[in-house]
Design a protein around this ligand. Structure first.
Ligand code: ADP
Ligand code: MG
Length: 263
């Protein structure tokens, strides 16, 4: 006898937020990305690890077209990015729109130094996206409070510590209400005592189910927050899997060596 009607159904897979397929990127004759395939579903925290020069930043920069891929396919929120045969974007407006749906946080905080923290947060929403100013300010204030900077809205970046500046940069990215966040070594430029406060903010975002791709050298943190870990070596995905597998039972000798060198 079957009880099909009451059998628990497997949960449908969460929708894809970011998918890259066969991504290649060369700078002149230097072949930096050699065919990277990776998917982040909604709510995934994908940690990208790998040695210096392995192509981590280039990959992130290709995802939001700060670099033009040489070939491959990129799909954001189910929408394929229209690319010409040479990888260049076929539709500038699509690129602008998709880029705005991805919040990017760089190693260097990249705040506008001549604007206050609040002005940094509302600049693009108000002047590019035409969000009414009162609404943008309210959102910015809420996000500043969220990253522990409610008191710093009127302050210029130079008067903030590196950790505070990076938290402000994260709040600024969140002001765009991004579909996903891309972090490129967000704590690498910080004094060691300031790393924790930035990781705490990222940990919070992960806990609330934010989709993110996080390039990081913080292996302990990656192991703790990632749902999936990708190890890049020389422009290729050398190994990937759940954090317990990648960190706990690495298979490739290169990954084993890498983990030893950073551990
Ligand atoms: P990672 O972030 O893993 O350290 P990158 O993506 O920054 O690695 O760099 C990968 C390789 O690509 C390096 O050899 C780097 O020198 C090279 N590269 C990155 N950006 C450029 C560029 N704009 N022009 C030429 N070479 C570049
Ligand atoms: Mg890098």
């Amino acid at each position: 006898m079957t009880t099909a009607a009451t059998d628990p159904q497997p949960a449908p897979p969460r929708p894809e937020a970011i998918r890259i397929e066969g991504l290649q990127k060369s700078f002149g004759t230097l072949n930096v990305l050699k065919g990277i395939t990776l998917t982040a579903r909604e709510g995934d925290v994908v940690a990208v690890i790998g040695g210096s020069g392995s192509g981590k930043s280039t990959m992130l920069r290709c995802i939001n077209f700060l670099e033009t891929p040489s070939s491959g396919r990129i799909t954001i929120g189910g929408e394929p990015v229209a690319m010409r045969a040479d990888g260049s974007p076929a539709d500038r407006r699509q690129i602008e729109r998709l880029r705005q749906s991805l919040g990017m946080v760089f190693q260097q905080f990249n705040l506008w130094s001549h604007k206050t923290i609040l002005e940094n947060l509302i600049e693009v929403p108000v002047h590019v996206l035409r969000v009414p100013k009162a609404q943008a300010v309210a959102r910015a204030e809420r996000l500043l409070a969220r990253v522990g900077l409610a008191e710093k809205a009127g302050t210029y970046p130079a008067f903030l510590s590196g950790g505070q500046q990076q938290r402000a940069a994260i709040a600024r990215a969140l002001c765009m209400e991004p579909r996903a966040m891309l972090f490129d070594e967000p704590t690498s430029a910080l004094d060691p005592e300031l790393v924790g406060e930035v990781l705490a903010v990222i940990r919070d975002l992960a806990a609330e189910g934010r989709t993110m791709i996080l390039v990081t050298h913080e292996m302990k943190f990656a192991r703790e927050v990632a749902s999936h870990v990708v190890y890049l070596h020389n422009g290729r995905v050398e190994e990937e899997g759940p954090p317990e597998a990648v960190f706990g039972a690495p298979r490739s000798d290169r990954l084993k060596q890498f983990l030893k060198s950073v551990g």
